[in-house]
Design a protein around this ligand. Structure first.
Ligand SMILES: [Zn+2]
Length: 337
């Protein structure tokens, strides 16, 4: 019976974003890279409390840590140490961020001049280009990013989020999808943000999935492990004590960028059915299943996942066997005298 219903060894019963146990599996998805296991299928699970969607099983914290280490896969694939020294790229990115700040200003959130303490924190700052753009506006910047900290010498780098209020601007641009425990992270941001401070968040726009169709970009193992819709962002911000500043969405294409402010009454605004946007987005997007049709879609998700896993692991097994056979045949060929 076990082989008929898919139960990954490290399946989690808690939401990766808020820790709630009110989760449900929305889809089964093929994942090529799941180190340390022969399994090739993960669930896309959703949380009824916060509306976040996450890859299940989740990567272990050690996998994430080594992935985002200075010599880890993420830094190596993007050659971030070279990026930090690339002046042409830097000029281009600074220009792009200046455009983004101008668009935000047009929507009523002007960060082009320092305000409050004049201190800004860029969490997950990468090669530091957004800090460059902010510094050009006059902000004093600090960055946090384990992958680039050793290479980034032109900005002040921190190891952890400070516990005292000192920043008037905090940004996490395309970071929240890479980590888990988003609600706790947002609470930490709140702890070091001044009363009148602004929080900027950008994530891949999951609720616009039917429009851009980049599902694997939005959610995959082990990089984009959590996906957030507009409703989920609003909900987790409210859980952490932030109010979304209206009208700041959709500044970038395929990306959801919002500004938020601290609020004492945010918790009262937690939306009902926050998962509905993610369910609708997945319903209208291509599934990537091994079969299609209404009958297949009506079968239990664990059964479909088991069939998918058998299909993909069988494919890998056959590929390995073919390779071994070819190697054996090559060894058996005796060169003619
Ligand atoms: Zn949750």
């Amino acid at each position: 019976m076990r082989h008929l219903l898919y139960r990954p060894a490290r399946e989690t019963t808690r939401c990766a974003c808020c820790g709630s146990t009110k989760i449900r599996h929305l889809e089964a998805t093929h994942q090529r890279k799941m180190p340390g296991t022969e399994e090739r299928v993960a669930f896309i699970s959703g949380c009824r409390d916060c509306g976040a969607v996450f890859i299940n099983p989740r990567p272990e914290s050690d996998t994430l840590k080594s992935c985002y280490a200075p010599d880890g896969e993420w830094a190596q694939n993007r050659a971030v140490s070279e990026q930090t020294r690339n002046e042409t790229l830097r000029a281009l990115k600074v220009e792009r961020y200046a455009e983004m700040l101008a668009r935000l200003a047009a929507l009523g959130v002007d960060c082009r001049q320092p305000f409050g303490s004049g201190e800004a924190l860029d969490f997950g700052c990468g090669p530091g280009f957004f800090m460059d753009a902010l510094a050009k506006c006059g902000w004093h910047c600090a960055g946090i990013d384990p992958a680039t900290a050793p290479f980034l010498t032109r900005h002040r780098m921190l190891d952890t989020i400070p516990e005292t209020r000192q920043f008037s601007l905090i940004s996490a641009l395309h970071v929240l999808e890479h980590v888990d425990g988003q609600v706790d992270l947002l609470r930490k941001f709140r702890g070091c943000l001044h009363e009148d401070g602004i929080l900027l968040i950008a994530v891949p726009s999951f609720h616009e999935l039917p429009k851009h169709t980049r599902k694997h970009y939005c959610i995959n193992y082990p990089n984009h492990i959590v996906a957030l819709t507009d409703r989920a962002i609003e909900t987790i911000l409210a859980m952490a004590g932030f109010d979304l500043l209206s009208g700041t969405a959709n500044v970038w294409a395929n990306s959801y960028l919002v500004a938020a402010r601290r609020s004492a009454t945010a918790a009262a605004k937690i939306s009902r059915k926050p998962l509905s946007a993610a369910i609708a987005a997945l319903k209208d997007s291509k599934t990537g299943d091994i079969r299609s049709g209404w009958l297949w879609r009506r079968l239990p998700i664990r059964y479909r996942a088991a069939r998918m896993n058998a299909f993909y692991t069988g494919k890998i097994k056959r590929r390995r066997e073919r390779k071994a056979r070819r190697q054996q045949e090559a060894a058996e060929i005796v060169p003619r005298a």
